[in-house]
Structures are given as structure tokens and as C-alpha cells.
Design a protein around this ligand. Structure first.
Ligand code: CMC
Length: 381
């Protein structure tokens, strides 16, 4: 009898030097640097450089990378036209996935081993994802897309395109840290999906659109959106125990909790919780932070002993909600950050490529004969 590992749990699928996670101790490092350190001292673009090029950039390298990203933010008018064709009520992750796949037709990059093309493709993808997300958000509100501004920082420019206003510096900083914390996370589902695509030597646009599709699901990046829907459904602290008890009784998941690797609280959730708390005293949106804390406390008494604790998606949604960002944009924002990690894995895969082609254990029938259609009986379910 061959061993079978559902969900490939615990099976290494690659060797990688991009990030490291210790799920027992709650440690996450990008290229050997703790995320808490990066959250405190770095910026999203500096972190993206670290992930892609293995080292923190020198001042000159960072200036050049920042300049390149800032000057590739614009998207072709025909991509805007494409976004205009999508239904306003369509999910922005679908719009993003389709637009990223389309980018590959405007900037073909078939030679995946050419370092110059790879650099330019990485720059384009990191630069243009926020423009696509913000453009779709504006278009579905009935507005024109807001053009990016080269002189604004990465986070500032995205929030500007989304709201048509220069954002508050405190919010901009918090948003930038959220991007750092979402930029990479070892062999997760979307990264694996991108790597499988990269292993066929498909170009990075195709790789990133595969990864975006995988990120969308509620068990992965879609959880940040689902957390807000859950908290809105719970609505008040007196309904919380009943809600959680019912879910657990019906073997349903509490969104934003649990992780395949972490058995302690996700270190990213710890940093985000601090910001969610800080934001709680600002802004006008209804605060979900207090309710979220109550859910966390109750969940600890119910299933904390099983190692099911808040993950990155639990507090990130609360931060974006507090910033008055539309809920269905949370996962596209996750993608805007994670593209850095996806690209790092994609390039690592190209360099040490071996086509992903796993095996399966067949458990269906054999030796069935073909039956003519007129002799077939209705299937009983
Ligand atoms: N709420 C209630 N029970 C849970 C939860 C949860 N959120 N997570 C796991 N469990 C229970 C599950 O019911 C099962 O119980 P039992 O052993 O009694 O059958 C046990 O824990 C193992 O769960 P699993 O789903 O088999 O474990 P997994 O390693 O496949 O789960 C997970 C990882 C993230 C899919 C799962 O924890 C989950 O569905 N969480 C909710 C969705 C979520 O927040 N996803 C974001 C993940 S982190 C960031 C990201 O990737 O985007």
C-alpha cells in the first residue's frame, strides 16, 4: 500500500532560500530576516527587493528599483478598456487575474532565462498590480481610473488611486507594513500553484495569474474578506458564543483562524493586531476590533488547545475595514503584496527547474466495457 498525504501536508515540494517558517515557535523570516524587524525598519519595496535579489538593497539599488517601479505603474488603455467590460459586481480578484493574464500579451516575456527580461517583468508586475486593482475599483463606482503619480511612494500611490486623495501618513505607513507582512510565506497554496505553472516554463504573467486564482479561495487569501463578513454577521459580543458554538458544532470553520504550519498565533497577526488596535481609536468606520478580540478570546477557550489561533487574515481585514477600503478589495491587496514572493519563487523555480508532475493513487474501476447509448440506464444517485 503506497503512502498518501492529502493536501501534500508535510511533504517538501522544493528547496528554497526565500523564506522560513517555524510553526511551533511562531517565527517567520524573509531571506533570514525576522518579519518583525522588517515591519519596523523596512518598506514594502525594499522587502520586495530583498525577496527577489536575496540581499537588502544598497541606497543606490533601492533608488533605482523604486524609480523603475514608479515609472512602470501606468497600464495600457486597452487594459483599462478590458476592465470596463467586466461586470461591476464581478469579484475584483477575477478582474485582477484576467488583467494580469492579459498583461502577458502586451509585454511578452517568453525567454524565462533572460535576466534583463525577468527584472523588467518583475518590475512591471509589482508596479502594475495596484494600478489594476485601483482602476477596477474606480470604474465599478462609475468613475474614471485615477492615473498613478510617480512621486508618491508605493503604498501612498495605491491609496491615492483608490480614493483620489493623498492618504494620511499614519495610514500609509500601516498599509505599507501590511504589504510587507503579506509579501511572502514559504510553500503556501498560491505559491505552489504559481510554481507548478513556472515549472512548465510558462512566462511570469501566466505564473502570477495562476497564483492569483489560487489565492482567491476562502481557505487561503479570501479569508480576510470572509472574516469581515463573519464579524458583521456576529454583529455584537452577546451573539458571539452562540455563533462560534454553532459553527464548531456543525464542523464549520471560523474564518481567520488556523494554519497548516502555525500551532501558535501567526507572528504576522501579532504585528497586525497592534496596528488594528492603534487604528481603532481613529477614523469613522464601525470598529470591529473589539469584537474581533472577543472572538479570539472565546476561540482560545474553545479550540486554542488544538493550536487553532488567529492567522494573518484575521487582523488584516480589520485594518483595511478601518481604513474604509471595500471588503472585496482585501484579497487583491494581499495579491499586490504577495506578487513579490510569487516572483521570487517563480525565478527560483526557473533556475532549478524540474517539471511538477506528481503521481496519484487510482481508486476507480477497471475493465469496464463501452455501452451503447440506447442501452444505458439512468444513474441512481
Ligand atoms: N475553525 C474551526 N476549526 C478549525 C479551523 C477553524 N478556522 N481550522 C482548523 N480547524 C479544525 C478542523 O475542523 C479540524 O478539526 P478535526 O481534526 O476535529 O476534524 C482540524 O482543525 C484540522 O483542520 P484542517 O482544515 O484539516 O487543517 P489544515 O491544516 O488543512 O487547515 C486551514 C488549515 C487554514 C485550511 C484551516 O485552518 C482553515 O480552514 N482556516 C479557516 C480559513 C482561513 O482562515 N484561512 C487563512 C489561512 S492563513 C493565510 C492564508 O493562507 O491566506
Amino acid at each position: 500500500m503506497r503512502d498518501f498525504f492529502p493536501g501534500l501536508a508535510g511533504i517538501p515540494a522544493a528547496k528554497s532560500s526565500i523564506s522560513f517558517v517555524d510553526g511551533e515557535k511562531g517565527i517567520l523570516e524573509y531571506r533570514g530576516i525576522r518579519i518583525e524587524d522588517l515591519a519596523q525598519h523596512s518598506s514594502f519595496l525594499e522587502t520586495a527587493f530583498l525577496l527577489l535579489f536575496k540581499q537588502l538593497p544598497t541606497l543606490h539599488e533601492l533608488e533605482r528599483f523604486t524609480w523603475d517601479i514608479s515609472h512602470h505603474r501606468r497600464i495600457n488603455d486597452r487594459i483599462i478598456d478590458l476592465l470596463k467590460l467586466f461586470p461591476e459586481q464581478g469579484h475584483p480578484m477575477d478582474a485582477l487575474q484576467a488583467a494580469v493574464a492579459a498583461l502577458g500579451m502586451f509585454y511578452p516575456a517568453p525567454d524565462v532565462q533572460d535576466e534583463t527580461i525577468r527584472y523588467l517583468t518583475a518590475v512591471r508586475l509589482i508596479a502594475k498590480l495596484p494600478t489594476i486593482v485601483a482602476a477596477f475599483a474606480q470604474l465599478r463606482r462609475g468613475n474614471e481610473a485615477v492615473q498613478p503619480r510617480d512621486e508618491l511612494s508605493f503604498a501612498e500611490n495605491f491609496l491615492y488611486m483608490l480614493t483620489n486623495q493623498i492618504p494620511d501618513p499614519v495610514l500609509t505607513k500601516i498599509f505599507d507594513v501590511c504589504l510587507i507582512l503579506h509579501a511572502e510565506h514559504t510553500m503556501n497554496a498560491s505559491t505552489f500553484s504559481g510554481m507548478v505553472t513556472a515549472s512548465t516554463l510558462a512566462d511570469p504573467y501566466t505564473v502570477i495569474s495562476s497564483a492569483i486564482g489560487t489565492l482567491k479561495g476562502p481557505l487561503h487569501g479570501g479569508a480576510n474578506e470572509a472574516v469581515i463578513h463573519m464579524l458583521e454577521e456576529i454583529n455584537s459580543a452577546d451573539r458571539l458564543t452562540m455563533y462560534v458554538d454553532n459553527k464548531l458544532l456543525n464542523k464549520e470553520k471560523i474564518m481567520g483562524f488556523g494554519h497548516r504550519i502555525y500551532k501558535v498565533k501567526d507572528p504576522r497577526a501579532i504585528v497586525m493586531q497592534t496596528f488594528a488596535q492603534q487604528l481603532d481609536s481613529l477614523g469613522n468606520a464601525q470598529s470591529l476590533f473589539i469584537l474581533a478580540r472577543a472572538v479570539e478570546k472565546y476561540m482560545e477557550t474553545r479550540i486554542g488547545s488544538k493550536g487553532i489561533r488567529p492567522n494573518v487574515d484575521f487582523y488584516s481585514g480589520i485594518i483595511y475595514h478601518r481604513m474604509e477600503i471595500e471588503t472585496d478589495l482585501f484579497t487583491p491587496i494581499f495579491a499586490m503584496a504577495r506578487v513579490a514572493g510569487w516572483l521570487a519563487h517563480c525565478f527560483e523555480q526557473y533556475q532549478q527547474n524540474h517539471l511538477f508532475r506528481p503521481d496519484q493513487i487510482y481508486d476507480g474501476p477497471h475493465h469496464r466495457s463501452y455501452q451503447p447509448i440506447e442501452l444505458r440506464k439512468p444513474h441512481s444517485n
